[in-house]
Design a protein around this ligand. Structure first.
Ligand code: RP5
Length: 169
């Protein structure tokens, strides 16, 4: 959703590499389902540390309200960004080709020191989708339209499970 005041995106989706995009497309698509067109960037905590710092420092004044940061292997992107901003940061650990099935990224993302939280979701595609929904939930606190869309999502999910359950009988 474009912010009413600035016309800018309210959610940023950043990822460590273009090799993360296939999974993170789920996150981007889920945000779009809610009418939110995110800012999408490839930024690496290790390969482009200055860009990561600048992006995080400027995010709030650029109208961003939630940052979703995804990375694999030694996944420091979410944590490095969280160190530079007071915005909520959602971390998505990814299973990189040469990584440890995402466990490496999960621990690197979730094990933040006290005082610098990263809201960490599950590894991979489920986490990528949940990161988008969590970002929407944060925005929905002050946005009734988004809150309504979330309620409809919950209802649709319940209906879907009930249908599958009924099909068993
Ligand atoms: C991380 O290293 C990236 O987020 C990616 O998941 C992983 C591998 O990156 P590439 O070597 O594919 O660029 O920083």
């Amino acid at each position: 959703m474009a912010s009413k005041k600035t016309g800018k995106s309210t959610v940023a989706v950043v990822m460590g590499s273009d090799s993360d995009l296939a999974i993170m497309q789920t996150c981007i698509d889920t945000l779009k389902d809610f009418g939110i067109k995110p800012i999408v960037r490839i930024i690496s905590a290790h390969r482009t540390p200055k860009v990561a710092a600048r992006f995080a420092q400027g995010a709030a004044k650029n109208g961003i309200k939630v940052i979703i940061a995804a990375a694999g292997m030694a996944a420091h992107l979410a944590g490095a960004i969280a160190g530079w901003t007071t915005l909520p940061v959602i971390g998505v650990p990814l299973a990189a080709k040469e990584g440890l099935a995402g466990l490496d990224a999960l621990l690197s993302t979730v094990q933040m020191p006290s005082g610098v939280p990263v809201a960490t979701v599950a590894i991979g595609k489920a986490g990528a989708k949940n990161a988008a929904i969590l970002a929407v939930q944060i925005l929905a606190i002050s946005d009734k339209t988004l809150a309504g869309k979330l309620a409809r999502l919950k209802a649709a999910q319940s209906k879907d499970v009930a249908k599958k359950n009924a099909a068993l009988k």
